[in-house]
Each structure stands twice: as structure tokens, then as C-alpha cells.
Design a protein around this ligand. Sequence first.
Ligand code: AMP
Length: 220
Amino acid sequence: MKIILFGPPGAGKGTQSRRLSETFGIPQISTGDILRENVKYQTELGKAALAYMEKGELVPDELILRLIKERLCSEDTKAGFILDGFPRTINQAEGLSNLLKEMGIEIDVVINVDVTDAVIIERNIGRRLCSDCQMMYHIEFSPPKKEGICNKCGGGLYQRIDDREDKVRYRIEVYKKETAPVLNFYKGSGLLKVINGIGTEDEINRRILSELDTKGGSKQ
Ligand code: AMP
């Protein structure tokens, strides 16, 4: 299964991608996670991306396309993958399409997780991440058992700089201007499915799985 999980920041793409990754045994490829790792280890990519990420702006397409090309060439993507947070501009969607053509691969489905602005703000500002394993929490909807500590690995939880309210509002604007038009790119392809992203994690997961079923859920 080759899946693009699409949606605004805080739509629940990260959480749902992780679940799909476990269900189908295919990697979640989150450009945001890869960039944050690079920032953490101060790589050249991390240094180049940091200023954009702190402001809530998109990192230049050229850097993202290079990162994706490298990642899709890894062995573990042969059986499939879930793209989470990519493509985010028309230029990235075109770059991906060219890359996949070269590799002889086709996307099976593009799932757009649809949520309102109010939900995006609520989810983003309450989100907390584990600094070690990247496990995601929400201070109200899915709090850790012990405040500030990851249930899974005991790492410390932190709030992303770009999850502060002013940054979240700015990221929504960026999404509407630069990323939402990507939906039009996929509309004509027949690959696009829209699911309601409001509800519990389990409910949203079931909606996604039922869309994948109609596309042939066991397909690798
Ligand atoms: P995310 O974790 O997906 O919300 O991404 C966090 C930040 O990383 C975004 O606000 C951007 O600055 C950057 N980023 C992640 N994915 C992309 C992408 N596909 N294109 C450009 N910038 C990205």
C-alpha cells in the first residue's frame, strides 16, 4: 500500500500514520519528523530548515524533494509507505509524481483528513511530544500517565515551538495558501478520499481503514 495522508497541521496525520504503519507493516515517512531529527542532530539539512520551521513556514521544496528521494530509495519502502506531511506544495506534488514515475511506483490512495480551524488550534496547542521516541500526547485528550513523562519510554515531553497559538494560526494560513491547492492536483486522479477527522483516534482510524478496504486493503 502506498498512501498519502493529507490534511492541515493537527489533523491527526501523525497519530493515524503510526497506526497504519503498525497495521500494514510499512514505514511512516513524516517529513516533519525527519526535519526535527535533523534539527536535533544539527545536520546541514537541520541547520537550513530550522529558521523556516520556527516561523511555521514551509522549508524550500528543493530540500524536501531531496530528502524524500533519499528516503524512498531505502529498502524498507519496497512493500509500501505512508507519506505524512508531504507533499505540501504543488511543486512537491509534481516532484513526487516525477520521482515515482522514474521508480515505476504508483500511489494507491490519497486520504484527506478534514477538520475545522477550531479543532486544529485546540489539537496543536495541547500537543506534547516525547523528546526521545516522538510519541504524541495531548494534555487534555490523551495525557500521559505521569505529567511531562512519556508512558512508552520515560522520556521528557515538550511542546513544539510551532505549536504555540500564534504560530498555529500562521501555519493554518500557510496551509490554506500553499498546501490546500495540492488537493486539486489529486482530484482528477480518482485517488482522493476525504474522511471526517473529528472524533476519537479509533473512530478516525476505522474511517481510514474502511476507505483503504474499498481500495483493496490487503494490497502491498
Ligand atoms: P509537521 O510536523 O508536518 O507539522 O511539520 C513541521 C514543520 O516542518 C512545518 O511547519 C514546516 O516548516 C516543515 N515541513 C514539514 N514537512 C514539510 C514539507 N513537506 N514541505 C515543507 N516544509 C515541511
